[in-house]
Design a protein around this ligand. Structure first.
Ligand SMILES: [Fe+2]
Length: 527
C-alpha cells in the first residue's frame, strides 16, 4: 500500500458496542486504522501500547468516564485531539470537557459523515498545531543560535584582545619598553583616553608617574599616542599629579586590589574631568612594583569588569616580561663576565698583552662614537672588542708566548684564533653580530687577511674599526718579541695601511683623533 494512503489511527471509546461496531466498520472502510475500547480504563491501556492520532469518547461509561479520560489524555499528550460524544448534553459537561482540552462536542445520535468531517477538521487543526509548535521551536532555535553566535563573536573579540596583549609583551628588549608598551596597550586595546604607570618608590612610599600615553583625539589631536617621561607627564597630563588620583593610587597600594569606578558620581572621589577610571597593581613575585591607571574623559563609553580584566591581564604580562628581561640580562651579564675573565686569564699569561682587549675596546668605541654609530652598535662593539681574542684560549703557550718571530707553521696556528673565538661565541647562542666581528678582526681591506679573505665592505663595518684599534694597540705597546715601536713607525704602519690593510675612510677619522690627542687620552684612560 502506498504509505501516503495510510490514514491516521482513531480510538473510539463507548460502552455501547453497536456504536463501536458501526464506527469501526465505517472508518476502516474509509482507510483509517481503528481501535476501540468500552470504557476509559481500557482506552488508557490502549493508549499506552499504540500511537493514537485522535480519540472519540462517550461521557457516561463504567470504571472511568469520558471526562476523566479526556483529562488523562490532556496530561499524557496535549497534542492529541479528543472529541466527546454524548446523548445527554449539559452546560456543566460542556464546560468541563472544554476545560479538559476537548476539541469538539458531538451529540448522539451521530451522523457518520458528520463524524468524518469532524475527524478531517481535527486532523487539519492538529497538523496546523504541530506545524506551529515546530515553527515556534525553529524560531526559538534561531534566536538561541543568534545568541550563541553573538556570544561566540564576543569571545572571539576577547580572544583577539588577549592575543594582542600577549604579542605586545613578547618581543620587548628593555624594561623601559615594557612600561611604554603597557600604557600604549591600555589606550589602544581598552579604548582609554589616557593611561599612566606609577612606579612605587619603596623607601619614600611615593608613586611616581614614569610612563604615559593618550588617545589621538584626547587633549592633542595630532600624532599617535605619545609616551612622555616623568618630568613631561605633569605638563601634558596634569591629572597624573592630581591629589585625588594619588589618594586612590595609595588606596590600591594599601588594599592590594584593583579599583574600578564605572561612572564618576560627583562624590568628590574623582576629579571632575574624569568620567570612568581604573587602577590595577603590577606585582612581580607578589611584590608590588607599581600601579597602572586608565581613564575615560569624553564620549559615551565607560569601563566595565571586562576592561578591568584586560588591564589586569596587561599588568600580569608586563610583570612576566620584566621578570624575563631581568633574568636574561642577568644571564647575559654573567656570561659576558665569565668570558671576559677567560680573556683576562689569556692576557695574564703574557704580561705584555695585559689590558690589550680593554684598550682596544675603548679605542674602537671612541672611533665608533665619532663615526656616529648607534648605541646598539656601540654595545655590539663593546662585547666584540672585549672578546675579540678569546680564541687564543685554544693556542698553546709555547706558540702564544714565544719570544721572537713565529715560523710559518706557528703563525698558521695563531691565525686560527678568530675562528676559535667565533665558535666559542656561537656555542653560547648569543651575539650573532658580535661573533662575526670577532671572526673578521684580522681581515684586511684588500682581501689578503684571514680567515675568510673578505674584502672591502664584505668585512663588517665594526670589524674594520676594531681592526685599526687592535693593530694600533699592538704596535704601540711592548711585546714579548719587541719593544714599543717609535711614533713615526707606528704612524707609517697605520696610515700606510689605508686602502690595503685598513678602510681608508676610518683611517681618516683615526688620523683626526690622533692629531686632536683623543687617541692618547683614551689609551691613557684605559690603562
Ligand atoms: Fe687578534
Amino acid at each position: 500500500m502506498n504509505p501516503e494512503a495510510i490514514k491516521e489511527t482513531v480510538l473510539f471509546v463507548d460502552d455501547e458496542e453497536s456504536i463501536l461496531d458501526i464506527a469501526c466498520t465505517y472508518f476502516r472502510s474509509r482507510g483509517y486504522q481503528v481501535l476501540t475500547a468500552s470504557n476509559g480504563r481500557e482506552a488508557v491501556d490502549i493508549l499506552s501500547k499504540n500511537r493514537i492520532d485522535c480519540c472519540f469518547t462517550d461521557i457516561n461509561m463504567p470504571e472511568m468516564d469520558g471526562l476523566e479520560l479526556a483529562e488523562y489524555i490532556r496530561k499524557y499528550d496535549n497534542t492529541m485531539p479528543v472529541v466527546v460524544m454524548t446523548g445527554y448534553p449539559s452546560l456543566d459537561n460542556t464546560i468541563q470537557t472544554l476545560k479538559n482540552g476537548v476539541v469538539d462536542f458531538l451529540i448522539k445520535p451521530i451522523n457518520l459523515s458528520q463524524m468524518e468531517i469532524c475527524i478531517q477538521r481535527v486532523f487539519r487543526e492538529r497538523k496546523l498545531f504541530t506545524e506551529n509548535i515546530i515553527l515556534s521551536k525553529e524560531v526559538e532555535g534561531k534566536a538561541r543560535l543568534e545568541k550563541v553566535n553573538n556570544e561566540l563573536m564576543c569571545k572571539n573579540k576577547e580572544l583577539g584582545v588577549i592575543n594582542r596583549i600577549m604579542s605586545d609583551f613578547s618581543d620587548l628588549h628593555e624594561s623601559s619598553d615594557v612600561f611604554n608598551q603597557l600604557v600604549d596597550s591600555a589606550v589602544m586595546l581598552i579604548h582609554a583616553d589616557a593611561a599612566c604607570f606609577y612606579l612605587l618608590n619603596e623607601s619614600t612610599g611615593q608613586a611616581i608617574p614614569i610612563a604615559f600615553s593618550k588617545a589621538n583625539n584626547f587633549i592633542s589631536s595630532s600624532g599617535s599616542p605619545k609616551q612622555v617621561n616623568a618630568c613631561d607627564s605633569s605638563q601634558l597630563f596634569p591629572l597624573s599629579e592630581d591629589p585625588q588620583i594619588h589618594t586612590l593610587v595609595f588606596d590600591v597600594v594599601k588594599d592590594d586590589q584593583p579599583l574600578l569606578i564605572v561612572e564618576n558620581n560627583g562624590s568628590g572621589c574623582l576629579p571632575d574631568g574624569i568620567l570612568s577610571f581604573m587602577l590595577v597593581p603590577l606585582k612581580i613575585r607578589n611584590k608590588l612594583m607599581g600601579i597602572l591607571s586608565a581613564l575615560i574623559c569624553q564620549g559615551e563609553c565607560r569601563f566595565s569588569e571586562k576592561e578591568l580584566y584586560y588591564l589586569s591581564f596587561m599588568a600580569n604580562k608586563a610583570a612576566s616580561a620584566i621578570e624575563s628581561l631581568a633574568l636574561y640580562e642577568n644571564i647575559y651579564n654573567n656570561l659576558l663576565a665569565t668570558l671576559y675573565a677567560f680573556v683576562k686569564a689569556i692576557e695574564a699569561r703574557d704580561p705584555y698583552t695585559k689590558q690589550h682587549s680593554n684598550r682596544v675596546t675603548r679605542l674602537a668605541l671612541a672611533m665608533a662614537k665619532v663615526m656616529g654609530c648607534s648605541s646598539e652598535e656601540q654595545e655590539i662593539l663593546n662585547v666584540a672588542g672585549l672578546l675579540h681574542d678569546i680564541g687564543k684560549i685554544g693556542i698553546r703557550d709555547e706558540i702564544l708566548l714565544k719570544p721572537g718571530r713565529l715560523n710559518s707553521e706557528e703563525y698558521d696556528i695563531i691565525k686560527q684564533h678568530p675562528v676559535i673565538g667565533a665558535d666559542i661565541m656561537d656555542n653560547m647562542g648569543l651575539w650573532h653580530r658580535e661573533k662575526q666581528i670577532v671572526r673578521c678582526h684580522h681581515e684586511r681591506f684588500d682581501g689578503n687577511g684571514y680567515p675568510d679573505k673578505l674584502k672591502g665592505e664584505q668585512i663588517p663595518f665594526l670589524a674594520r674599526i676594531l681592526s685599526i684599534a687592535d693593530v694600533y694597540d699592538a704596535i704601540a705597546s711592548d711585546r714579548a718579541y719587541r719593544k714599543r715601536m717609535d711614533e713615526s713607525k707606528i704612524l707609517d704602519i697605520i696610515f700606510g695601511g689605508a686602502g690595503s690593510q685598513f678602510d681608508p675612510a676610518i683611517i681618516d677619522v683615526f688620523r683626526r683623533m690622533l692629531e686632536s690627542g683623543e687617541v692618547a687620552h683614551v689609551m691613557a684612560d684605559a690603562d
